[in-house]
Design a protein around this ligand. Structure first.
Ligand code: NAP
Length: 268
């Protein structure tokens, strides 16, 4: 799909990847509708876009609030040709030390937020026989990340949904894409409370992910992994699962050993 003259809604557009994607869509001639919880951050992003852009405040995990924001954007700039489901949060902890509430919160924001926004725009796209939905997932949605079970689970759900929907909607001319990203230099890991500390993979610029989102829309490509070499892990897991799992256990051995030690410490 060409971008010029299209209407695109972006969730999680107040900063990071969503803000970079909104700016690039606007620069390429799309009219952009922004959604996130922080209204003043949204206004700041909007001030850098074309004049016909719009913003609406909503928590994507609140279906009524999100539907209201999508209605407001539709009134302001028309129904979307493109939806970028990008809003998301992380969490980093061993499941032994994680609460049920964190699992619920991540599913509500990362998975159900994607479901609610998609349900709101899909009937219109089907009727118009045109649309593109891009889901910003994660490499952790293709490869289970140790100490990120809540996050990985929520992103695996997004990957499964995307694969199902891409086949279902093909006869309607509605395309679905996945952008699986590795670490990106945004406030994401700070927001989850545990900064990214590994040397590799090197965090990508948010603009790199925005480019991938635009590429998905323009080329119709179903799936991209960024950086590309992380696909090696996905392929290894598929063709040599035992080898992959041994590597995964080895890779997280030091952190797992610390966890064992913590569980063996006498309770105070
Ligand atoms: P970020 O800088 O923390 O931005 C997250 C965005 O999501 C913000 O605009 C935030 O806005 C919005 N958001 C969070 N919770 C929301 C909610 N309940 N309702 C509505 N909006 C909400 O993170 P990012 O790196 O740009 O992440 C964007 C996407 O990339 C996420 O889906 C994330 O899982 C994925 N990803 C990121 C990384 C990474 O290393 N950064 C790696 C893999 C995948 P408000 O706070 O204003 O609501």
């Amino acid at each position: 799909m060409k971008l010029n003259g299209r209407v695109a809604y972006v969730t999680g557009a107040s900063r990071g990847i969503g803000s970079a994607t909104a700016q690039e869509l606007s620069r390429r001639g799309a009219t952009v509708g922004l959604i996130a919880r922080n209204g003043s951050d949204l206004d700041e992003v909007k001030s850098r876009l074309s004049l016909n852009s719009a913003a609406a405040v909503a928590d994507v995990s609140d279906r009524d609030e999100l539907n209201g924001a999508i209605d407001d954007l539709t009134d302001a700039i028309g129904p979307p040709d493109i939806l970028v489901n990008n809003a998301g949060i992380g969490a980093y902890a061993a499941m032994l030390e994680e609460s049920a509430e964190t699992f619920e919160r991540l599913m509500r924001v990362n998975y159900l937020g994607t479901v609610y926004a998609t349900l709101a725009v899909l009937p219109g796209m089907a009727e118009r026989r045109r649309g593109h939905i891009v889901n910003v997932a994660s490499v952790a949605g293709r490869l289970g990340a140790p100490f990120e079970a809540a996050y990985s689970g929520s992103k695996f759900a997004v990957v499964g949904l995307s694969e199902s929907l891409s086949a279902e909607m093909a006869p309607f001319g509605v395309e679905v894409s996945l952008v699986n990203t590795g670490p990106v230099a945004t406030g994401f890991t700070d927001a989850r409370g545990v900064p990214f500390q590994r040397k590799i993979p090197r965090p990508q610029k948010p603009s790199r992910i925005a480019d991938a989102v635009l590429h998905a829309i323009e080329s119709g490509r179903f799936e991209q992994t960024i950086p590309r070499w992380l696909r090696l892990g996905i392929v290894t897991r598929a063709v040599a699962p035992g080898l992959y799992r041994r590597g995964l256990i080895r890779d997280s051995a030091a952190e797992s050993a610390e966890l064992v030690q913590r569980t063996e410490e006498p309770a105070e």
